[in-house]
Design a protein around this ligand. Structure first.
Ligand SMILES: [Zn+2]
Length: 421
């Protein structure tokens, strides 16, 4: 057992503690509170580490990443459509193959080693900025072994993309076996607490209704991520069956001519097919109306906002203030390096503060910690400083004279922090 002392402790679920102490046993938080109180309660603890001018808080949760896309380089885009064509080209270059897991012929040797090194650098970038849990979308399953070993809580979403029903069912059968096999390994090594894997549909414009239902049914109580209402063309396609996504799918031989457009918004469509509930993590939700927000709130859906990605792709700004006012669990994601400069969650927070001026500092910090943990199903073990939770904690060395009301500004101005342990 050991005790850490720090000038400030920010637990998230309770008031900030000044001149505080945290008692940790292994990786478990035993107790925390004012220094004198902890000292009198834990007289026998010999290992005492005084961080002095420091702030201790729970680590951050990056609820939406695509680590597989590390290595993709897209400098500038004119809009989402331009990005989509660029990313398809780059993915081909990266994976040299046709698509989903098992079928990808990845260039082994040099290219693969180089790619994995890039992924490792991105993981380091996440850890150095205080990330302790991630929700990572994977199309190939190629990083599972690596992610089983990283010191973060991991939720992998194996993503399926197919608007053509039969093709989707075929992919589903392959990938459900993959999830099953990984879960066997996870159980064998007793990693269920910190490592989760499930299937995920890509988006309403790229996944058939049948596939949405198959995935939902297969996942049961597992968390399921979906890109939702990211771009206005998605709304047009689901409402009227027309516009960019129709021609895009036709061009790629992926359109189903027997399909009838649902005639409603993407959010309403997913609700009508029974997809939305508390286990759904809807990513982006930029192009939603008040009725959509009401549905997302009623169904207890979590929303992951990715401000730098949305800005880069010029798709608009998510109404985060309205989400919060409607009691929606909002969390934060960097998205992939294909639509962002880096995977540094502190940089994402910094941008979010400028982007969402009507969201308070306190709210943003909760969005980046506890809310993310809740969205990924890790809130029973991380996301806040509470007795019994894992000590997935970070610290910032602060200036001598930093006042309590300057703490948040200090966090937002930082780009690196330390991991307690
Ligand atoms: Zn994404």
């Amino acid at each position: 057992m050991k005790i850490f002392y720090a000038k400030y402790i920010l637990p998230i679920t309770s008031e900030m503690v000044e001149d505080g102490a945290i008692v940790i046993d292994g990786n478990r938080i035993i107790d925390f509170g004012a220094r004198e109180e902890i000292d009198s309660k834990f007289k026998d603890v010999e290992r005492k580490i005084n961080l002095k001018n420091a702030l201790i808080m729970p680590g951050f949760v990056n609820a939406h990443t695509h680590l597989e896309l590390s290595g993709v380089k897209i400098k500038e885009v004119s809009d989402f459509k331009d990005w989509l064509y660029q990313i398809i080209k780059q993915r081909k270059r990266l994976f040299n193959g046709r698509g989903v897991a098992g079928k990808i012929k990845f260039i082994k040797t040099f290219a693969e080693r180089k790619w994995k090194r890039t992924v490792k650098r991105r993981i380091e970038e996440m850890i150095n900025s205080g990330t302790i849990a991630i929700g990572d979308v994977s199309n190939t399953g190629k990083l599972i072994t690596m992610l089983l070993r990283v010191p973060m809580k991991i939720q992998i979403f194996i993503e399926l993309i197919s608007f053509i029903e039969e093709r989707g069912v075929e992919f589903f059968n392959v990938l459900k076996d993959l999830v099953h096999n990984v879960n066997e390994v996870v159980k064998k090594h007793n990693l269920q607490r910190e490592f989760k894997i499930s299937l995920s549909p890509h988006a309403p414009y790229s996944v058939s209704e049948t596939l949405f239902k198959l995935i939902k049914n297969f996942n049961g109580d597992s968390k399921t991520s979906v890109h939702l209402a990211e771009v206005i063309d998605e709304v047009e396609f689901i409402k009227n069956g027309s516009g960019f996504f129709r021609s895009f799918l036709i061009e790629r031989n992926g359109f189903d001519y027997s399909w009838k457009p649902p005639g409603v918004s993407p959010v309403k469509y997913l609700d009508q097919i029974g997809f939305l509930d508390k286990n759904i993590l809807a990513v982006h939700c930029v192009n939603v109306d008040d009725e959509d927000i009401e549905i997302l709130s009623k169904r207890n859906v979590s929303i992951c906002t990715c401000p730098r990605s949305n800005f880069f792709l010029k798709v608009g700004k998510a109404p985060v203030r309205k989400f919060l006012d409607n009691n929606i669990n909002v969390c934060l994601g960097t998205d992939s390096i294909a639509s962002n400069r880096d995977l540094n969650i502190l940089n994402e927070l910094k941008f979010a503060r400028e982007f969402y001026k009507d969201v308070s500092n306190e709210e943003l910090i909760k969005i980046a910690t506890l809310n993310g943990a809740k969205a990924l199903g890790f809130d029973d073990i991380c996301g806040s400083i509470e007795r019994g939770k894992d000590a997935d904690l970070i610290y910032f060395i602060i200036p001598n004279d930093l006042k309590k009301n300057e703490i948040y500004d200090f966090i937002f101005e930082s780009s690196v922090c330390g991991r307690l342990g």
